[in-house]
Design a protein around this ligand. Structure first.
Ligand code: GLN
Length: 228
């Protein structure tokens, strides 16, 4: 189980979201507080952000804490829409930069926390890696993000043991699902954070219930139950 974070709001630095919070993704890479599967997230990391309408990414297969350059550059990367993740590879999955979220179709940045049987997913030439998350991302991109809820329900029906927490952003919207793992939301005065677990002890963090679709546009946050 990995940990991911999404931001939609005023332009802020990637460092302020990922590195500076007391329990941000950097700390979650070696000491997550709410992770149910896996002890740490040392198998890679990825940061994606929108530069106007263009998604840009920096991904690695090494632990975030060991990167010699990211802490120097991250304060200068500013964006109003960010999708970032640290990875704990599931057993049998390749550890390579292209298996680290976020994945992209050129419009969306997308991360997956969880595990799904690759046998229930279609093979896709568009998948960035052979890991389950990359195949799932390709399927979600293929179906369109408007169909994210139905796609998750369909995959869960094909693999009842699947855990399918998705987080995606397109520059003006964040979408997320809870299906088997944790997700919390923080409404700030300058934007909204969705994160696998709170990055600090602010009492305003709220847990999203399991099996929900969350959509964030502007300061509107909508929760829709997923039936499966
Ligand atoms: N199953 C995915 C992978 O191997 C995601 C793992 C996770 O959520 N820890 O990369």
């Amino acid at each position: 189980m990995c940990r991911h974070l999404g931001w939609l709001g005023a332009p802020v630095s990637v460092a302020s979201l990922v590195l500076e919070p007391a329990n941000g993704l950097m700390v979650q890479s070696y000491s997550p507080r709410r992770q149910k599967h896996g002890l740490m997230n040392a198998d890679g990391w990825g940061v994606g952000f929108f530069d106007d309408d263009t998604p840009r990414r920096w991904r690695s297969a090494a632990p975030l804490w060991g990167d010699v350059s990211f802490a120097s550059v991250a304060p200068a990367l500013r964006s109003g829409c960010v999708v970032a993740a640290v990875r704990s590879a599931s057993i049998g999955m390749p550890i390579e930069p292209s298996a680290s979220a976020p994945f992209t179709d050129g419009r969306w940045l997308l991360s997956h926390n969880g595990l799904v049987d690759r046998g229930v997913l279609p093979l896709s030439a568009k998948a960035e890696s052979t890991c389950d998350s990359a195949l799932l991302a390709a399927l979600i991109f293929d179906r369109g993000l408007d169909a994210l809820g139905p796609t998750i329900v369909e995959v869960a029906a094909a693999d009842p043991n699947a855990r399918l927490n998705i987080l995606a952003g397109n520059g003006s919207e964040l979408l997320a699902t809870t299906w088997g793992d944790t997700l919390s939301v923080l409404r700030r005065s300058d934007g909204v954070v969705l994160a696998s677990e709170p990055y600090d002890d602010d009492p305003d963090w709220q847990e999203i219930p399991d099996r929900h679709l969350v959509s964030v546009a502007g300061s509107d946050i909508e929760l829709i139950p997923l039936k499966g």
